[in-house]
Write a protein that binds this ligand. Structure first.
Ligand code: SF4
Length: 226
């Protein structure tokens, strides 16, 4: 399978923020979020071919059992189950970072970390916007992921007006545990993160949802491989 990058860092977001983790970034994403900080992983061929054995031997050098499979968009990668089975056989704790645009059954996964994409992610380029709007939000797939896996929902907040869309999304879904919902500032730089944090904090106090850190922004300014 084509791997964009493998690196060792701290999980930056959600319930496991701060946990040392190995990140396996798969190549390819069908979405084109305007604030995406991993655009270099969009093309399906943006990486090097690896066997599962090569991946396992590379990640074994790091002193953690936590593995984060990310992208790109890993859930639409047809080779994902093979990778996850290998990681599971090696007794890794597996987090999958996904936008939740598709459902795949029977994946070895300890935490399905879902970040549904709101309209604030729609690219400005009209040629990209239509396709993005059609595919960025799949309510049926989201519900199936939530029903099937241990999960967390992470919403990226760019402005206070995003709260209406978040409330609508949560209202449409069933069996949601509010303590598994996180709001986090849309930011790819430290300055942007700090400028929006008070706004998100106020929304969290208003709604009772937790505010998620984004350590990769705060500590490393979204630097690649950190
Ligand atoms: S889903 Fe994730 S990887 Fe894909 S474009 Fe959006 S932010 Fe980037």
């Amino acid at each position: 399978m084509i791997i964009n990058e493998i690196f060792y860092s701290l999980q930056g977001e959600g319930a496991l923020a701060g946990v040392p983790s190995v990140f396996i970034r798969l190549a390819g994403c069908p979405l084109r979020c305007k604030w995406c900080d991993t655009k270099y992983a969009w093309p399906p061929d943006s990486g090097r071919e690896h066997t599962v054995g090569q991946i396992l031997s590379e990640i074994e050098q790091y002193p953690t059992d936590h593995v984060v499979v990310t992208g790109g968009e890993p859930i639409t990668n047809c080779e994902l189950p093979v990778l996850l089975n290998g990681l599971s056989d090696a007794n890794k704790h597996i987090t999958i970072e996904t936008s939740g645009i598709a459902f795949v059954t029977s994946l070895p996964c300890d935490l399905m970390s879902i970040s549904p994409k709101l309209s604030n992610s729609t690219p400005g380029d009209p040629a990209l916007a239509d396709e993005h709007e059609e595919s960025r939000y799949n309510k049926t797939a989201l519900q199936q992921l939530i029903n099937t896996y241990d999960y967390q929902l992470k919403f990226v907040v760019d402005a206070p007006t995003d709260l209406d869309e978040i409330a609508q999304s949560i209202g449409e879904l069933e069996n949601i545990n509010p303590y598994k919902i996180y709001l986090m500032p849309q930011a790819t730089t430290i300055q942007e993160y700090l400028s929006k944090s008070q706004m998100v904090a106020a929304i969290c106090k208003q709604t009772g949802f937790a505010m998620s850190q984004r350590l990769q922004v705060m500590l490393w300014n979204s630097q690649k491989g950190k």
